[in-house]
Design a protein around this ligand. Structure first.
Ligand code: AVI
Length: 328
């Protein structure tokens, strides 16, 4: 049966710019290490650059996640009980989700709720998935937990929720913040609801360093675009040529950190924040962390948040895991 795809965006009109301005100001004026939150890497240019990163031979992460879903979606979906509503945290372009939705649509009508702070991502997701038979899409332009609460409010009767967190974005949270985030996800769920969580696994440092500092310079452009975004949106005057992209492995925290290192002593003004910032030669602005996991660590992380791990699937080419949890 062919159903007419339904797409509705619930948009978020307030406060985005002033929150960005406040976060930039506090990250660049805090004592010690200057920081910018990684969520701001993803404006329209940054999202396009991230998609280009995913095509790089050095960056195997997203292809691994995709392969796992392509190969195992029927099995994953087969482990879910009864009717489910699907909520995806950070839909991105929706490409990886296709396999799961197709598998589910072979057994039920699918209500799919992508949740993303980027309207562009939701639109791309609709373009990618909107034509699937038996699938209706209602996108939420929201922060993850806020959107998830709204989706949870739509459940009826014995329908359960199947939450997808597929981009391995959990790795961009510090470990304690990842625990807290999963606990917040759990608190919006009922016993028996499911969570499919993607995580990038530990691998040789040389492989990680080149994945986050590719020779073509795409990741460097992705990182520097954050400064360009601050220029565009907050009237700042960062000179991107005065910064180097740096990707370094922290063996204690088991994470790749991305920084922007100032090549010289410089000052920058950010008009909308009414701020002037000094940077020393060699000083860095920390823009992202990407934590890498051991498989058992992922199981434990889910358990601490109130889930039980049902099954994990691993990619054989690029160490990466999809872990299926049920709310306990
Ligand atoms: C979105 N996230 C999982 C990516 C990662 O690998 O941590 C973001 C990224 N940063 C640099 N390259 C890709």
């Amino acid at each position: 049966m062919r159903t007419v795809p339904q797409t509705v965006f619930f948009t978020s009109p307030f406060g985005a710019l002033s929150e960005f301005c406040a976060d930039v100001a506090s990250g660049l004026t805090q004592p010690g290490q200057k920081e910018l939150p990684s969520k701001y890497l993803y404006d329209e240019v940054g999202s396009a650059l991230f998609e280009a990163i995913c095509l790089l031979p050095e960056y195997g992460l997203s292809r691994a996640g995709m392969r796992l879903l392509q190969r195992n979606s029927d099995e994953i979906v087969g482990r879910l009980q009864g009717e489910v509503l699907v909520a995806e945290l950070g839909s991105g372009t929706g490409q990886k989700t296709r396999w799961l939705l197709e598998a589910l649509s072979r057994r039920q009508r699918v209500h799919y709720y992508p949740i993303d702070i980027s309207r562009t991502a939701l639109t791309r997701c609709q373009q990618e998935l909107g034509h699937l038979d038996m699938v209706s899409i209602v996108g939420f332009e929201r922060a993850y937990i806020e959107g998830l609460n709204e989706v949870a409010g739509r459940r009826r009767g014995s329908t359960s929720l199947f939450v997808l967190f597929l981009g391995s974005t959990i790795g961009n949270f510090d470990r304690p913040a990842a625990d807290q985030f999963l606990a917040r996800v759990r608190s919006t769920l009922q016993e028996g609801d499911a969570l499919l969580l993607a995580t990038d696994l530990e691998k040789p440092v040389s492989q990680l360093e080149v994945a986050y500092d590719d020779p073509a310079g795409v990741t460097a452009a992705f990182n520097k675009n954050l400064l360009a975004r601050i220029n565009r949106e907050l009237g700042a005057d960062f000179d991107l040529r005065k910064f180097d992209h740096v990707a370094r492995w922290d063996s204690g925290e088991r994470r790749i950190e991305m920084h922007l290192r100032s090549k010289c002593w410089q000052h920058v003004s950010i008009r909308q924040a009414g701020l002037r910032v000094n940077l020393r030669e060699g000083e860095t602005i920390w823009t992202e962390s990407s934590h890498k996991y051991q498989p058992e660590e992922v199981v434990q992380m889910g358990m601490r948040a109130g889930f039980r791990c049902d099954q994990q699937w691993f990619d054989s080419e690029w160490p990466f895991a999809q872990s299926l949890f049920f709310a306990a």
